[in-house]
Ligand binder design. Sequence first.
Ligand code: SF4
Length: 396
Amino acid sequence: MAKEPRTARRERIGRPAAGQGGKPPHGGPRDLVDGPLPAPLRAGSEAIQAALLGWFKRVGRDLPWRRGTDPYRTWISEVMLQQTQVDRVVDFFLRFMERFPTVTQLAAAPEADVLRAWEGLGYYRRARQLHAAAKRIVADHGGRLPDTAAGLRELPGIGRYTAGAIASIAFDRPEPIVEANSRRVLARLAAHAAPLIGTTGDGPIWEIATALLPARRAGLWNQALMDLGAMICTPRNPLCPRCPLADHCLALATGRVGAIPAATPRRTVIELEETAVVVRRGSKVLVVRRGAGEWWEGLWDFPRLPAAEILAPLGCGRRRVVGHCTYSVTHHRVAVTVSVCAASRQGLRRDDLEWVDGESLGALAMTAPGRRIAALSRGAGVAGGRGAGAPRPRRG
Ligand code: SF4
């Protein structure tokens, strides 16, 4: 992303538009749609910045990755926060930092260890890209994260939002961000009523974010926007009377808070059914690694029927159903029937198949459904007994 000259940005945010200087805070309808930043917000941008930064200083959330400005910690937290709620991320973040305290240690770790540490956060592609980016940072940047948004975007898995977050928070670069919370705040503040679907729909919000960005303390500003969206300007029932931006908010002034952002159509949930097979041989069970293009690529799971190419060479006997479970992934809800059978032969040797005992099963990087299937089969006296399906013990 090309950076704007700082002087140009100051002019846009700091001064009322020509002819608007003496207007009241909320003008006529044209003011609400003229340019990326409606005139009342242009006129009040410095007051908006001061009000939000003051509020953030008083009540901003105390989160572990905010203690200091280590770019590595900022990066890890931002990647974890994509698609995952803050409350859930805190424990994962602390464990991950204990396991991989530096980018060098992350780069040197086997991918399986990184995936194992990521287990429970979902969206494993993020973990793979994080690992790949760590290797690039060590190999090409001497173990230091690039300090510009453009440099950061060269790394795997770092897009416009993450680059802006790291550059502004860790390096105090004047870069905007747009994510779920700040998107909602900015849309309401500017009374931007168009649907915000995908990157195209986000375009005007990025322009508003850029135009409102303070020239200094952009990292604090960005975090303040996110906190305001999480704590005050919530999707439903926002706490407008307690909002530091209430005097400037065009959605509030025009009675459209409930209508902004415009609702996006929900994707239809697709119901699927599948049968998992826990194949037992002595004290061990068979696991299969998910292949390229599958959900949870690279993680271990149990075979699903028909799987004739796996089960036939093993000489599996009759299957017995031991339980049922469900899981959701993207917009699919999957009902799983869990069955067990005994293998009479060793069967194939393939890189994506392993015979594991209970202890090893607990230590594998495994899919979330795989863990549930392991727990169900353990309850039925299968899956290797003690330790199967259990998370690896935490250190310390
Ligand atoms: S006044 Fe209400 S709608 Fe406007 S930014 Fe504040 S909380 Fe959100």
